[in-house]
Each structure stands twice: as structure tokens, then as C-alpha cells.
Design a protein around this ligand. Structure first.
Ligand SMILES: [Zn+2]
Ligand SMILES: [Zn+2]
Length: 254
């Protein structure tokens, strides 16, 4: 059994096709999914999907791309959403200095405010980090951020270790399967107790589906790649990543 710790079921047609998408996930042993918001509207969509499907859990947050465009009362509105029993985390939040769609200073401010919200509600965070290793680490340290996960990890081993030392899990997505990726060295070196898997669907389809629309069923492919990289049986990796996800997000024990 597997849990896709990060997907966006409301994007790029996944929602139109949802029954079939969830059925294929089940067929591949992906019985639970965490649907992660990127702004207020999509966080509400995640919540609604979690009410309709027992295996779907939700997270609410403002993505760094959207940080420049939040209403004044966004924290209050997030808090209302996060009181729902199927809301398991604040996310996705973070810093993205690759696309820089929002001003970095604004990104930082919104990231910090949401970490504080997560702390006050005693929820883990799901953070996005692109080309912002140093600032993400310093924000996490300064805000005493507690627990959560570095989603779609794509930095180096030292950064992974810094996140783990701060109490965070590392989540690998389909880019783990790409040829010439140095991520396999990171995935080999880390303790299995610190690793989650995800698809980030509809983005980042693993090989051999690279470039196609991704979906939660392919979390299986990520788990298979992780097992191959570590030279361990698939079942062991599946069991461990599933339990880690369960522990972090306080999912019902299966
Ligand atoms: Zn992301
Ligand atoms: Zn995402």
C-alpha cells in the first residue's frame, strides 16, 4: 500500500477524469493521496475532494507563486479551512527563486506567516523550495518551524541533511527516475525513516512517461525507483514510506 504525499487533483484535467484517475491509483496500490492547495480557491477544492473520497486528504496554503496576490484576510481564511478534520497540513508554502513570480521579500513574509499558522494549529507544513536552499533553511530555523516535509526534493545531500536535522522529511517525486539525475545519490544516502514519496501530479511524470500528464497511480513508479536505488525489496520501501507519511500527517492507521 502506498500514499501519494503530494498531488494537485484540481489541475490540468485531473478533476474531469477523477473517478478513473482514482481507480488507476487504487489498482496500483496507491490507496491514499494528499491533495495540496496553491491558493485559497484550490485549498477549498482540496477540502471538497477530501469530503467526497475517503482516501483523499487535504492541505491548504499559499504557494510562493501566488504570494504576491493574497487578500488581506488570507490567514484567517486558511485557518477556517484548516479546522476541517481531513485537513492534514499547511501547504504548499515555501520559496521559489527559479521563477520568481512573486517578489522574494513577499514570498518570505507569506512563508513565515503560514509557518506560524501551522505552529498555532499544530499542523505539519509541506514546503516547496526551488533555488532557495539557503533562505528556506534560515526561515525554517528562525521560525522554529517544527515538522513537515520538503516536497519534490531536488537539492543536494547537504541540504537534505540540513532539513532532516531540523526535523523534516524528504519527499521524492518522479524526477528521481530521470536519467543523469544526481538525486539517486541523495536517495541512497538518506535514512529510509526520513523519506516520503509523491507524484506532484499533474506535473513531473516519472520515466518512461516523462512529459505526459502525471497522476497519483505513478507514485508506484517512484517507490519502485527508490527500491531499485537502495537495493531493497519494493515492499519494504512501500511500507516504510507509507508509515512515514501516516506518522507525519497523523493519517488514520491502516
Ligand atoms: Zn511545489
Ligand atoms: Zn505541488
Amino acid at each position: 500500500m502506498l500514499t501519494d504525499s503530494h498531488c494537485h487533483l484540481y489541475l490540468n484535467g485531473l478533476a474531469d477524469d477523477l473517478e478513473a484517475v482514482l481507480e488507476r491509483a487504487m489498482e496500483n496500490g496507491v490507496t491514499r493521496l494528499i491533495c495540496v492547495g496553491i491558493d485559497l480557491a484550490t485549498s477549498l477544492s482540496c477540502l471538497e475532494l477530501s469530503e467526497s473520497y475517503s482516501g483523499v486528504f487535504a492541505a491548504a496554503g499559499i504557494h510562493p507563486h501566488e504570494a504576491g496576490d493574497v487578500p488581506d484576510n488570507y490567514l484567517h481564511r486558511l485557518e477556517e479551512l484548516l479546522r476541517h478534520p481531513k485537513m492534514v497540513a499547511v501547504g504548499e508554502i515555501g520559496l521559489d527563486y527559479y521563477r520568481n513570480r512573486s517578489d522574494p521579500a513577499v514570498q518570505k513574509k507569506i512563508f513565515q506567516a503560514q509557518i506560524e499558522l501551522a505552529r498555532s494549529l499544530n499542523k505539519p507544513i509541506i514546503f516547496h523550495n526551488r533555488n532557495a536552499d539557503r533562505d528556506v533553511i534560515s526561515v525554517l530555523k528562525e521560525s522554529n518551524a517544527g515538522r513537515g516535509v520538503a516536497h519534490c526534493f531536488s537539492s543536494d545531500l547537504n541540504t537534505a541533511q540540513a532539513f532532516i536535522d531540523l526535523g523534516f522529511y524528504i519527499s521524492f517525486a518522479g524526477n528521481l527516475t530521470f536519467k543523469n539525475s544526481s538525486l539517486s545519490e541523495v536517495a541512497r544516502a538518506l535514512p529510509l525513516e526520513s523519506i516520503l514519496i509523491e507524484t506532484d501530479a499533474p506535473f513531473l511524470s516519472p520515466a518512461p512517461f516523462r512529459g505526459k500528464r502525471n497522476e497519483p497511480a505513478r507514485a508506484r513508479r517512484v517507490a519502485e525507483a527508490l527500491a531499485e536505488i537502495r537495493g531493497r525489496p519494493f515492499e519494504e520501501v512501500a511500507e516504510s514510506t507509507n508509515r512515514n507519511t501516516e506518522t507525519l500527517f497523523a493519517l488514520p492507521v491502516t
